[in-house]
Design a protein around this ligand. Structure first.
Ligand code: IPE
Ligand code: IPE
Ligand code: MG
Length: 217
């Protein structure tokens, strides 16, 4: 079985760079290249959607130079990407620098009719505030239903999340897609994100196909 929707917590970019004597910011450049390698293979294999955690709300506590370097990569990607993917974003984009927000709009518009895998980038995203936001919309609607709540989450409209993969060795979700994680398969890899290859993407699919999903039954 090929999963319909895989989410990646792309961790280990800073360590990848530091271990090579490079500034941490170099890690983000190579991290973006790794994302392109991985998603190219997943697109070839027919995965419908890939969510990728690029920047958490908590990451805004990092040094400004590092934050700037991350958003430089994001802007560069948004302004130059041309390929088969459809690109969308989730997270509090409006709170970001106007140039970043504009580049997000640009790439979403430019790729809106693409037929390839949907690349859903989580930027300035935190699952808890996403859940609270959706709950508020559902409550304000006057009739709090699970359906109304779920359609107000920022990942609504994506296929159900099948698997979460975290690279970099840490075994935690760090406030990523907590509601959607309910029955997702979890895979933790020691590999640092910039080291991920096309073959690693295939290994993720293989691992998924070995999992026996029960959904409580
Ligand atoms: C994760 O990589 C990506 C972002 C936070 C943007 P890190 O920057 O956390 O890399 P490590 O975990 O410090 O190596
Ligand atoms: C999670 O990685 C966020 C992203 C990959 C964007 P972090 O490096 O921020 O997570 P913690 O701090 O180790 O939990
Ligand atoms: Mg990290």
């Amino acid at each position: 079985m090929i999963p319909k929707h895989i989410a990646f917590i792309m961790d280990g970019n800073g360590r990848w760079a530091s271990s090579r004597g490079l500034p941490r910011t170099e890690g983000y450049k190579h991290g973006l290249e790794a994302l392109m390698r991985v998603i190219k293979r997943l697109d070839e294999r027919g995965v419908e959607a890939v969510s990728a955690f690029a920047f958490s709300t908590e990451n805004s506590a990092r040094p400004q130079a590092e934050i700037d370097a991350i958003f430089e990569q994001v802007k560069k990607f948004n302004r130059t990407y041309s390929g088969p993917l459809r690109v969308t974003y989730m997270g509090d984009i409006d709170a970001l620098d106007a140039e970043v927000a504009q580049s997000v709009e640009e790439v979403e518009r430019r790729t809106a009719d693409s037929s390839g895998t949907l690349l859903n980038i989580a930027l300035n995203y935190g699952a808890r505030s996403d859940i609270i936001h959706a709950a508020k919309i559902a409550a304000d609607s006057g009739l709090f239903s699970e359906e109304k709540f779920e359609e107000s989450l920022s990942g609504a409209g994506l296929p159900k999340l099948d698997m979460i993969v975290r690279t970099g060795g840490e075994k935690r979700l760090s406030n990523f897609m907590l509601y959607e994680a309910a029955y997702a398969e979890l895979l933790f890899l020691d590999k640092l994100w910039p080291d991920m290859t096309e073959d690693d993407a295939d290994a993720v699919l293989e691992e998924f196909s070995r999992r026996v999903r029960k959904f409580g039954r």
